[in-house]
Each structure stands twice: as C-alpha cells, then as structure tokens.
Design a protein around this ligand. Structure first.
Ligand code: ZN
Length: 262
C-alpha cells in the first residue's frame, strides 16, 4: 500500500491510503452494492485517515482519480473531521470512530466497539486494528495496519512530543503512549500535525534531548525532500521522545505541563 500525506488547514495532515495493485479488485462487503452500480475501472478506491478539510482532499482525489471508500477517524476534534459530511455525500463512504468520540463525529456510519487485539476490518487485503488510546480525547483511536507496520496516531503521539490533554487523565495519556511504544520498533508512524520542529525547540530548551542538532538536521532534510516531517520511525522516538521515555506518570505529568506553557 501507499500512504499519501495531504496537508490541510494550517498544519494538519489527512492520510490517503492507496492499496497495492493486486488488492484493488476486492471491494469490502458493505461497499459492494454501491460499487456494483457505480463501478468505474478508471477510479481506484482509497481509504482516508482523518478527513480534515474537503477542498485539498477533493482536489487530490480528482487529480488521481481516487474514490474514498472508508474514513477512519482518530478523534472528534473539528480539524480531523471537517470533510466527513461532504465526502460521504459525494462518495457514500463509510465513516468509523470509537465511542464516545463517535457521538460527535459527523456522518458516522459505524461506532467501533472492538478489543485492541482483534482487527475490526480487512480493507482490500489490509487487516486494520483500532487501538484505544484515551487522553487527548476519551475515544481517541490509533489505527494500526499491523502487516504493513504502519500506525496512524492522530493527536496522541507526535515526533518529539505528544498531544495535549483535553478530556482524559494524565495517567490515561501516559498509558496510551506506553501502549504505542510497545508496538514493534519497525513501525512507521503517521501523526496528525506538523509539530516536529516546534517540539524539538521545546526539547532543546529544556535539555530533554541529547543530540538535538542531529535530530534537527534529519527533520529538515525530510521536510526539504518530502515537504513533511511525517512519517517517522517508532524505534527512533522510543529513544529520543521524552514523553515516551518518561519512567513514571509523575515525570510525564510534569513534562506535559511544562510543554503546555511553552
Ligand atoms: Zn485534536
């Protein structure tokens, strides 16, 4: 599969997942009826993680002859769901989110109610797991494409940082980050915002990172060549992200409060 990061709003990313060629001809069951009526060999079905803003997404779909089939929502914040209604109206795609965020997600089709350990959907040959990672919001969800070593974390984990605490407790957010850190080292992580350099400024200011210059160079090179600091490798963050290396919930709380004031 291929992941396209689409810049939206001021610093958000929507992710468009294009299945590998051999998986294109096997539509999911729920989309089959609709596809039978509108099947068009010129368009390819894609999946969207967080449909942030309609305009850039519609432009991208048009350019590539893509048709969104599924929208996976990480959490209910307006900058992550802004295009749900329009995309569903136009493409009849299915929108998924976990409770309680699901209650505030526009155009919801299915409320996720599954264990982390069971995949809730196989989309075009790709098995997808929904991991409950409360803290930023209570129903915040990470989508793990296990066999692809790919993880979508919304606003819970950022490069050199983590999401702000809005609805949950520090303990919840701390445990959620630990849950993500327990995933395999080779996991490629896609987060919801372009915050890497700002987070690095924070880490350097408070001497939380040993090789700030090297890290900055790496990020800048990636931004220069791809336009984005996303994705990044989980193994790297397990070493350098102070929010992932925090040993106790007390240390983590102190760190998060310090970042709130930065
Ligand atoms: Zn958010």
């Amino acid at each position: 599969m291929k992941v396209h990061a689409i810049p939206c709003l001021s610093d958000n990313y929507s992710f468009v997942i294009e299945p590998s060629q051999e998986c294109r001809g096997t539509p999911t069951q729920e989309s089959q009826a609709w596809q039978a009526q509108t099947y068009d060999t010129q368009t390819a079905s894609v999946l969207v993680v967080d449909a942030c803003e309609a305009k850039p997404l519609m432009q991208f779909f048009e350019q590539h002859a893509f048709r969104p089939e599924v929208i996976l929502t990480t959490h209910h914040h307006h900058d992550h769901v802004g295009a749900n209604s329009e995309l569903q109206r136009k493409f009849k795609c299915s929108v998924y989110a976990r409770f309680p965020d699901s209650e505030q997600v526009p155009a919801l089709s299915s409320r996720l109610d599954v264990e982390d350990t069971e995949s809730f959907m196989t989309w075009r040959g790709i098995e997808i797991f929904a991991l409950a990672i409360p803290g930023h919001t209570l129903g915040h969800t990470a989508y793990w494409f296990k066999n692809e070593n790919t993880l979508f974390v919304g606003d819970t984990l950022f490069r050199f940082g983590c999401g702000r605490l809005f609805e949950g407790s520090y303990g919840q957010l701390f445990s959620s980050l630990k849950k993500l850190a327990d995933l395999p080292d080779e996991t490629t992580v896609y987060c919801g915002h372009e915050y890497a350099l700002r987070n690095l400024d924070f880490c350097e200011k408070h001497k939380l990172i040993a090789d700030g210059n090297t890290q900055r160079k790496k990020v800048e090179e990636q931004i220069n060549s791809t336009g984005s600091s996303v994705p990044f490798l989980l193994s790297d963050q397990k070493q350098v992200n102070p929010f992932l290396t925090a040993k106790t919930v007390e240390d983590f709380t102190q760190l998060r409060k310090l970042r709130d004031r930065f």
